[in-house]
Ligand binder design. Structure first.
Ligand code: GLC
Length: 453
């Protein structure tokens, strides 16, 4: 038998680059705070990296919203159509997931909207509302410069989309045109909103302290309640005290603000993405990239001879083969147990992995996911400090937060350390944020138009 070398200490050392110290996190908070102020400021907005888009949503739901609404949810891994019945203290919701084939994600905008309109019409048939005229809330989870509640110009695509002819255009109009081209269904688009906004709204329906909406899923972003007087670009109805701001913080770092903590793995993920140089912070955090970050580290350690006896597999060396869900699965194993880890490694053609290899793989996963949780926490603590309210609930959705076994705990711990003493917060998992939230925004809009507000 050969000499068994314990490579774990070396691997731990190599992984140190993925550790962000509290001092560095506080520096990140300072920079993010400035970026948020730039986004809100009249003279600084145009050049600001973090855009802080106005949402034109000023009223949170009050629980009295009633009726039947349609919702569309576009922007994660799936595209969904929903029908929601809001009643007194309950809601009833049915939904269907539709695939967006890759050729549509990267094809033309007209084809994308035609595909959505077709799914909508089919859904209405299946749910026996084909003949009805219904209001619709449209969750469109990309950076949108809103000009009103029903008008929004796409600033840039993110998360692997690149449909042509949409950037710089009004997305609501794009969908209206596609519905009109069909001519068979009657739909009033009452609101367009971000998934963070939907999440905030759907949590606020139950919990009136909910003033931040967060997504840690395919992408990462947050929205929050800001005082209207701080929103220098607001030109809507005066008189309302608050406004919801969609920060689009995924773009934070696009000017190099995060370079002092980025690693070679981040750089590689970025250069081989569809949008190099863009969404830098998102690429360090979200589900679209987390698995790939882990894979790149594993590849490096294998090439250094520190893992798998220096022997990888075709799949390990293939981009995108390490799914983010693997990170959650591997970290769900109890300490010392490697059942899921072994399954994942077998799937990747690495059944020759030893227990020491598995411990190392788990360590890499922990470093990458912990860093993501800490970066998100720095963001949330920045918002909490800025809002300076005694108690704020953060409504959260997204596959990473939902399925990672420790993300919630890591966030609670880190936010407590970073937030100004005396400010209280709690983290609330949203029940289907983006879908129900879209219907609620549509319902609030209808409530107001019925009341003539
Ligand atoms: C991306 C989008 C943003 C969205 C987030 C989460 O960052 O640009 O609009 O909220 O992903 O889905």
């Amino acid at each position: 038998m050969g000499i068994v070398v314990n490579n774990l200490p070396r691997i731990r050392e190599e992984c140190e680059v993925l550790h962000i110290s509290d001092r560095q996190l506080r520096e990140i908070m300072k920079r993010l705070h400035q970026a948020l102020l730039d986004g809100l400021g009249k003279d600084t907005h145009a050049k600001s990296i973090v855009k802080c888009w106005l949402t034109y949503i000023q009223d949170l739901p009050n629980g009295k919203e009633r009726g039947k609404f349609l919702a569309l949810d576009l922007g994660g891994t799936n595209f969904r159509v929903l029908i929601i019945n809001l009643g007194a203290n309950h809601f009833d919701m049915q939904s269907k997931i539709y695939a967006i084939p890759n050729h549509i994600m990267t094809g033309s905008g007209v084809d994308l909207f035609d595909h959505i309109a077709e799914c909508l019409a089919n859904f209405m048939k299946e749910h026996n509302v084909y003949e009805e005229r219904l209001a619709l809330g449209f969750t469109f989870s990309f950076p949108l410069k809103q000009i009103g509640l029903t008008k929004g110009i796409l600033e840039r695509w993110t998360k692997g989309f690149s449909c042509s002819g949409v950037v710089g255009e009004d997305v609501v109009q794009g969908l209206k045109d596609a519905i009109a081209r069909r001519g068979d269904v009657q739909i009033d688009i009452c609101a367009i909103l971000n998934d963070t906004t939907g999440t905030l709204m759907s949590c606020a329906w139950k919990n009136h302290n909910c003033k931040i909406g967060l997504i840690v899923g395919t992408g990462s972003n947050a929205c929050y309640v800001e005082k209207t007087e701080n929103c220098e670009l607001f030109d809507g109805e005066p008189g309302k005290e608050n406004l919801l701001i969609n920060t689009e913080w995924g773009a934070f770092g696009d000017d190099g603000a995060l370079d002092f903590v980025r690693t070679e793995f981040d750089n590689e993920v970025d250069v081989s993405s569809i949008n190099p140089g863009k969404q830098v912070q998102e690429k360090m955090i979200s589900g679209m990239y987390m698995g790939e970050l882990v894979r790149l580290a594993l590849v490096k350690f294998t090439r250094m001879g520190l893992l798998f006896g220096g022997q990888g597999s075709d799949l390990l060396f293939q981009r995108g083969s390490f799914y983010t869900k693997y990170v959650s699965e591997i970290e769900s194993d109890k300490q010392g147990d490697f059942t899921s880890c072994m399954e994942v490694l077998e799937e990747l053609g690495l059944s020759h992995a030893t227990e020491a290899d598995m411990a190392a793989v788990r360590h890499v996963c922990e470093c990458v996911s912990r860093r993501a949780a800490h970066l998100v926490s720095a963001g949330i603590a920045t918002l909490l400090n800025k809002m300076d309210e005694p108690k704020v609930t953060v409504g959260i959705d997204g596959s990473v937060y939902r399925f990672h076994p420790h993300f919630h705990t890591l966030m609670c711990e880190k936010i407590s350390q970073l937030v100004r003493p005396g400010l209280q917060f709690d983290l609330m998992l949203s029940e289907d944020g983006s879908g129900r939230g879209a219907a609620l925004v549509a319902a609030v809009a209808c409530r107001q138009s019925q009341q003539g507000v």
